[in-house]
Write a protein that binds this ligand. Structure first.
Ligand code: ZN
Length: 257
């Protein structure tokens, strides 16, 4: 399996997933048509499927034109997004399986950012849309803090540490500045920020990261850590031994950081 990252719209990422045995390709979150089309033509790839992580326009904006260009493509997305993702013909739920060529993947229902947000796992590659970001997580537009906490900590955090994490936006630098504010003594966060400071270009292309790196640096996966819990308790007197309460507080703090 090969993955090609396609940046678009300043800080968005779409991804091509190619089965090297059959040549079949799928795209994750085609928010714009031309950047995806250009990449497909460049590699002379025939698009067979679209994997949508959620219904927001900056992730599905290129869908209609791709459907016009490539006949009979499969459009995957959460059944919660039926009617919100144009042309959705393969509605998915928790633990649904999907495939492209000879590659099969698993779906995680990860509500929080939206109620129909899902992540796709193919071998050790995880596509997280706006649920898990480099150093952060998505805003709570339709779900509750409990939804997002369970999605991140009950599901994604349990994946193998070597899992590569492909996220939907380049927010890593800003997220890690917040992470450093929450845990000023965390050396892994300082190191990750220093590495990013050495990168050039727009976007910075910090995707993919790994679950190991996220577990070490992402405060939303670290609510049981003493430093994170203390910071939340200082802010709003929550019980530092209640990770959901800690999560709820730091998610709110991030909104106004
Ligand atoms: Zn979104």
């Amino acid at each position: 399996m090969k993955v090609i990252t396609i940046p678009y719209s300043f800080d968005n990422y779409a991804y091509l997933i190619i089965c090297e045995k059959t040549g079949d390709a799928a795209v994750v979150d085609p928010g714009e048509y031309y950047p995806v089309y250009r990449e497909l033509k460049k590699h002379e790839i025939q698009l067979k499927a679209v994997f949508c992580t959620h219904h927001h326009g900056d992730h599905i904006g290129g869908l209609r034109e791709l459907c016009d260009e490539f006949d009979g493509i499969a459009i995957y997305g959460s059944e919660e997004d039926s009617g919100r993702i144009p042309g959705l013909n393969f509605p998915l739920t928790e633990k649904s399986t999907v495939s492209i060529g000879k590659i099969t993947g698993q779906v995680f229902a990860t509500p929080g950012h939206t109620r129909g947000s899902i992540c796709y796992s193919f071998k050790d590659h995880l596509f997280t849309g706006d649920t898990l970001f480099g150093g952060g997580c998505g805003r709570l537009f339709e779900g509750t803090a409990l939804d997002m906490y369970e999605s991140l900590n009950g599901k994604l955090r349990k994946l193998p540490k070597e899992t590569k994490v492909y996220f939907g936006h380049e927010y890593t630098s800003q997220n890690l500045k917040f992470a450093r504010f929450i845990e000023p003594d965390n050396i892994a966060i300082a190191q990750r920020l220093a590495e990013i400071d050495n990168k050039q270009g727009t976007p910075l292309m910090t995707t993919p990261s790994t679950m190991q790196l996220e577990c070490a640096t992402n405060p939303f996966l670290r609510c049981e850590e003493e430093g994170v819990a203390q910071k939340a308790a200082e802010q709003s007197h929550v019980d530092p031994l209640d990770p959901l309460a800690v999560f709820t507080v730091i998610r709110k703090m991030k909104d106004s950081f």
